[in-house]
Every structure is written in structure tokens, then in C-alpha cells.
Design a protein around this ligand. Sequence first.
Ligand code: ADP
Ligand code: MG
Ligand code: MG
Length: 208
Amino acid sequence: MDFDTRLAEAWVRAAAAAVDKEQERLTELDSAIGDGDHGSNMQRGFTAVMAALDGLDPAGPGAVLTRTGTTLISKVGGAAGPLYGKAFRALGAALPGPADPAGFGDALAAGLQAVRDLGKAEPGDKTIVDAYTPALAAFRAAVAAGADLPRAAAAAADAAERGARDTVPLQARKGRASYLGPRSVGHQDPGATSTALLFRALADVTRP
Ligand code: ADP
Ligand code: MG
Ligand code: MG
């Protein structure tokens, strides 16, 4: 199974639905260590993305993801908007046409690089990077072991969820939560949590 235009559209739609469903939880997490808007930021962004994809006649999977990223950047004011926006734009640029699992792994890597270039977070800083990094590693390890796209995506989603849970004991060193210093310990990072939602959505739409 290649990652094609149909899957790109299905992924973004599933991500929007997941954000919608989990909006309150994301907001609760962000209320504990941030300003309580991560759920509404993501919701506003993906609602705009759904509207932006309506009537788009994409030339390939990348066109869907690039439009997604551009929309997130323009509609979401918080830290996560530009970070996810750049990630989706990098994914889009890496996917002019359908990609096999290895090629899709390279695109995911470009997305993580975009997050790191913009946000300068290292693994362990209690951010999106802490879910994305293990998800990418699990995806690539699965592909190297011969997994197809659905299996690799499922491994990535499991790893992202573990990565998000593993942010609980960390002290935040980037973003608003870092202002809390040691008081950020003991809470799951909202952005790592939404990253896990995005990878779970990918696994769900690739599952045959
Ligand atoms: P804001 O903090 O501006 O209100 P959001 O609440 O939408 O924005 O997003 C907060 C999330 O953004 C955090 O939980 C964290 O995961 C992520 N984040 C913040 N700064 C960075 C960064 N420099 N690199 C990666 N992720 C970051
Ligand atoms: Mg916030
Ligand atoms: Mg905010």
C-alpha cells in the first residue's frame, strides 16, 4: 500500500475528527501547564483545514498536506499552529506523488526536522518532539523489518502514545509550560498528546 492522495485526505479528515473528539482533554492538559487553549487551537485549525480542502483538486498527496500546513499556520495563533503547520508543509513538499512506506518515512522525517528547526526543542524538553521522535523511529524500524504501511503506522501510533505518556515526569524546557519550571512535572504535555492523536489517525485510516 502506497501513501496516496486518497490516504492523505483520509488522514487529515480523521485527524480533524480526533481533535474534535479530544478537544476537551487537550484543553484540560493545557490548563494544567499552559494557558488552556490547545484544544481550541487545534479545533479551530482543523475546522479551517476541512474548509480549505473542500473543492481542492489535489495533484498528489503532498498538495493535501501542504494546504493543511498553510491553513494551520494562518489560522492558529498558538505555538502549535506554526509547528504543526511547518511539519505538514514539509510532509507535503516531500510527497509530490504517492510514496511507498520507506518514502513516507522520509517524509515523516522531514516533518520532524521542520518542527525542530522552528522550535529548537530537544527530545526530553516535554514537547511535540517527545511523541514525534519515537513515532518516527518506530515507523522506520517497522519498515526496515518489512512492515507494510498499516503495520508501520500502527507501530508509530503506539510509540507516539508511549512518548506522550512519558512526558509526564519531565520538566518542560520549551514553550509556555517551561515558565512553570519544576511545577510542570507530573503532567502530560498537550502537544505530545495531540501528536499521538495525529499518528493514531494515520494508523486508523491505513488499516485495511
Ligand atoms: P500556546 O502554548 O502558544 O498556547 P498551544 O497550547 O496550542 O500553544 O500548544 C502548546 C504545545 O506546543 C505544548 O504542549 C508543546 O507540546 C508544544 N510546543 C511549545 N513549544 C514548542 C517547541 N519549541 N517545540 C516543539 N513543541 C513545542
Ligand atoms: Mg496553550
Ligand atoms: Mg495560547
